[in-house]
Design a protein around this ligand. Structure first.
Ligand code: DX5
Ligand code: ZN
Length: 219
């Protein structure tokens, strides 16, 4: 069985101790760091903006994926491109998704597109070949600690078929509600990577939690 790639989402960490959290992630087997930016418009929650991204940039040693849960993300691509190797935008937030993807790539970043649980894969049909990652939301975006939506498993399989049919190279990542109990099914459905917040940071041993998600067979 192949390893899953794992990216911790710092949303559910204690922000009073962000430096400590980043030190832990630096020492961990995490493949990259997932950073959730929310604007209170596209999603009902506000997380943080540029000052926090700057602080993360200073202390973090892992590659960064910026998950932009913001309306019209094209307004911020240039400034955010300084703080992440990959920028993931929501298809639902982009009127001209194809153009936004090209803008991300022209800024030298990898391009990801996230889909909300209700959004059909059809919106990716003509852009999938340009993507480095598709992020399937397994919860409605905006908050950590929600339950995994089971229909996501079927969506992963269908996305895998779309990627193969189009001869595309995009990674499949799954974001939201991922934990040690459902990670094997997610892997078996065809995901390449999982994003996990609460199941890592609410655990007594985040390093071990990351290890267990990466390789569901070690426990
Ligand atoms: C939700 C965010 C997720 C979230 C995952 O809108 O995009 O990255 O932090 O948190 P858990 O793993 O707790 O569902
Ligand atoms: Zn996220």
């Amino acid at each position: 069985m192949k390893n899953l790639m794992v990216a911790p989402s710092i949303l559910s960490t204690d922000f009073a101790h962000l430096g400590k959290t980043l030190e832990t992630i630096n020492r961990s087997e995490a493949d990259w760091l997932h950073v959730d930016v929310m604007d209170g418009m596209f999603v009902p929650n506000i997380s943080f903006g540029t000052p926090v991204l700057q602080a993360i940039h200073k202390h973090n040693k892992k590659p960064v994926e910026l998950h932009l849960m913001i309306a019209q993300p094209e307004r911020y691509l240039e400034v955010f491109s300084k703080y992440g190797e990959q920028i993931t935008v929501h298809a639902e937030a982009c009127l001209h998704l194809h153009s936004v993807v090209q803008q991300i790539k022209n800024l030298g970043c990898k391009a990801g597109v996230a889909l909300n649980p209700h959004t059909s894969l059809g919106s990716l049909e003509y852009v999938i070949k340009d993507l480095d990652t598709v992020c399937l939301m397994a919860v409605n975006p905006g908050f950590g600690g929600q339950d995994f939506i089971p229909d996501t498993l079927e969506k992963i399989k269908e996305l895998k078929q779309l990627i193969q049919r189009k001869d595309a190279k995009a990674f499949i990542e799954v974001d939201g509600g991922v934990n040690r109990n459902n990670v094997k099914e997610i892997l078996n459905s065809g995901a390449d990577a999982v994003i996990a917040g609460s199941s890592i940071f609410n655990s007594n041993d985040p390093l071990r939690a990351i290890q267990e998600l990466r390789n569901p067979l070690i426990r």
